[in-house]
Write a protein that binds this ligand. Structure first.
Ligand code: ZN
Length: 180
């Protein structure tokens, strides 16, 4: 929840502005409305031969679990630029972003993941500060029981099925909170 106006610093109140349909943080002093919208996470599935680049996370959440290079998109960059930047930051990996592959909405945390298929240009990879370890894994070596996120599992499953079928199909879907 937002508490203070980022324009004048006064307290905000949540209410529905005229002409709107959702509650927003509205400043009582200056009238400024602070909109909050989903964040975009961009990443890639870098492939070298028949192997996939994976990273073991050195940060929370999901410390010590395996993921594909991905992170929050920055201002003033394109989605593919962000995906390539994350591969460099997390694995010192030079990639060529090729195709948009999976898009997952995660409504309960207001995030959208955009994952690209990418060609790893050089197999000489090493952990960046956010990774404990990076590895080029064959299908049989994927650590299925130690994956960090549902989107990683789903993207890998689609990729392996598409590779077997010989045709890659972009997909989208929703990821909902785990059932308790
Ligand atoms: Zn204000």
């Amino acid at each position: 929840m937002i508490k203070f106006c980022n324009s004048c610093g006064a307290a905000v109140a949540y209410r529905i502005p005229e002409g709107d349909s959702l509650e927003r943080a509205v400043c009582a002093a200056c009238g400024h409305i602070q909109y909050q919208n989903p964040k975009i996470v961009v990443g890639c599935l870098p492939v070298y031969g028949d192997r996939i680049l994976m990273c073991k996370r050195a940060i929370e959440p999901r410390y010590g679990l395996w993921t594909l290079p991905a992170g929050f998109m920055e201002n003033h960059e394109s989605a593919p630029e962000g995906a390539a930047r994350e591969a460099m930051e997390e694995a010192n990996a030079r990639v060529e972003i090729e195709y948009l592959y999976t898009v997952y909405s995660i409504p309960h945390i207001s995030q959208v993941y955009m994952m690209f298929r990418a060609r790893l240009l050089d197999p000489d990879v090493s952990p960046g500060v956010e990774s404990l370890e990076v590895k080029l894994v064959a299908e049989a070596e994927i650590p299925w029981d130690q994956l960090a996120f549902a989107m990683v599992k789903r993207t890998l499953e689609h990729f392996l099925a598409d590779r077997r079928a010989g045709v890659f199909v972009p997909r989208f879907g929703d990821i909902r909170p785990p059932q308790r």
